[in-house]
Design a protein around this ligand. Structure first.
Ligand SMILES: NC(=O)c1ccc[n+]([C@@H]2O[C@H](COP(=O)([O-])OP(=O)(O)OC[C@H]3O[C@@H](n4cnc5c(N)ncnc54)[C@H](O)[C@@H]3O)[C@@H](O)[C@H]2O)c1
Ligand SMILES: [Zn+2]
Length: 373
């Protein structure tokens, strides 16, 4: 007879999560060179979002001339599909894995990925699983990825028509926000990240909310310095939440950074990604703000002020698909993805979130109706 036993052991791992905010990161002695000298990788692979290659030849030329002068063994630039298509199938993941294999890259090697949030999610997934983890440096190239997803520790792709169904938590070695990359964005993607800036301000920082309001015209006029300040403030709040919030790998219930996201993810899927993530988040925020009003937590005036601010950045707060009953499936899909009890963040005031565990369909329907008034 074997005596049942339980052997339990606790261990923890220290991660460093570092964000560099700059311009012209590929300059001689710049952040790219500094970080790579510190790491001294046996091999380096540079992966670039095709959207950058199409819109910003000058930036690609800077990368190429950096490669020519670098002493690190580095492959030619690997150009991959950008946008949500990078996540809707596994072709980007496959091409990164193939390249890592063909180049004989080991775990001490480095992949430096420059691109939008979707491409970084897919590349991050590939580097997390190759040899059980190759070091990744991320350079976010859209407003959304610079202010939010770039410092995120979540990597993955979509599957079964569900966002991020396949993925892992794996912090990058470093994130470099080179704000020169934002210059070639079209207006839509220039503004798209502003919904995530407003989201994190609503949940964590009335000061950032005020700063965002006072910067509207500068951002509308594509002032890079003002935009960079907002991006850095937002990314710092996201990074601090991950590093100091006590739940970097989201094992607990509360998900403050997912404010507005249950509807956002569903709308992205329902519109076949015709809405950008940032636009869908803007609508998701508007719905959850109105739910907060419906449930008596939030003043209508505050909700109206936030909704007007979203509009200032060309962000939508309505879409015909919101009226379809399928949207409500997003609530259960959100719960299933995150696990445990349904936990939705609503707002009592700016900087004063509240978690609720029940969001009745009738409340959501009334909230949506308010947005169409
Ligand atoms: N991992 C996370 O924590 C996290 C957090 C939030 C969002 N996300 C994900 O991020 C994705 C959205 O990312 P996004 O908003 O950055 O958009 P995106 O990655 O879909 O890119 C949008 C478009 O911009 C192009 N592009 C990228 N950089 C450019 C540049 N500098 N100049 C010109 N064009 C450029 C791309 O090729 C693409 O066509 C979604 O899939 C979302 O789920 C992930
Ligand atoms: Zn988001």
């Amino acid at each position: 007879m074997i005596e049942p036993q339980k052997i339990k052991s606790l261990f923890s791992i220290k991660w460093t999560h570092q964000l560099f905010c700059t311009q012209n990161a590929f300059r001689s002695g710049g952040e790219v060179t500094q970080i790579l000298s510190e790491l001294n990788p046996p091999k380096l692979m540079l992966v670039v979002d095709r959207g950058i290659c199409d819109a910003n030849i000058e930036y690609v030329a800077k990368i190429t001339s950096w490669i020519e002068t670098s002493s690190i063994e580095c492959s030619d630039i690997l150009i991959v599909q950008g946008g949500e298509k990078a996540k809707t199938n596994d072709s980007v993941v496959e091409s990164i894995l193939n390249a890592i294999n063909e180049l004989g890259m080991c775990r001490k090697s480095v992949v430096l990925a420059i691109g939008g949030g979707a491409m970084l999610d897919a590349v991050g997934f590939a580097t997390s699983i190759a040899h059980r983890g190759i070091r990744l440096i991320k350079m976010p190239s859209t407003s959304l990825s610079a202010c939010d997803s770039g410092v995120g520790v979540k990597n993955g792709i979509n599957k079964y028509n569900k966002k991020n169904f396949i993925g892992v938590f794996d912090p990058p070695y470093a994130v470099i926000n080179d704000y020169d990359l934002l210059l070639s964005l079209d207006d839509r993607h220039w503004f798209s990240g502003m919904s995530e800036v407003i989201k994190v301000a609503l949940v964590k920082s009335p000061e950032l909310f005020e700063q965002t309001k006072t910067t509207v015209s500068k951002v509308q006029n594509r002032d890079l310095i003002s935009m960079a300040k907002l991006m850095t403030a937002s990314a710092t709040l996201h990074l601090k939440h991950i590093a100091e919030g006590g739940d970097p790998f989201e094992r607990l219930e509360a998900r403050p950074l997912d404010f507005g996201h249950w509807a956002a993810h569903k709308l992205e899927q329902m519109t076949n990604h015709e809405l950008t993530h940032g636009e869908a988040v803007s609508i998701g925020l508007a719905i959850d703000l109105q739910c907060s009003v419906e449930l008596g937590y939030l003043d209508q005036d505050v909700a109206d002020e936030v909704i007007s601010l979203l509009h200032e950045f060309n962000l939508p707060t309505t879409h015909p698909k919101m009226l379809e009953p399928e949207l409500l499936d997003g609530l259960e899909e959100f719960r299933e993805h995150l696990g445990g009890r349904l936990t939705i963040l609503l707002l009592k005031d700016i900087g004063q979130p509240i978690d609720v565990h029940d969001l009745p369909e009738s409340t959501i329907k009334r909230a949506i109706r308010r947005l169409f008034l």
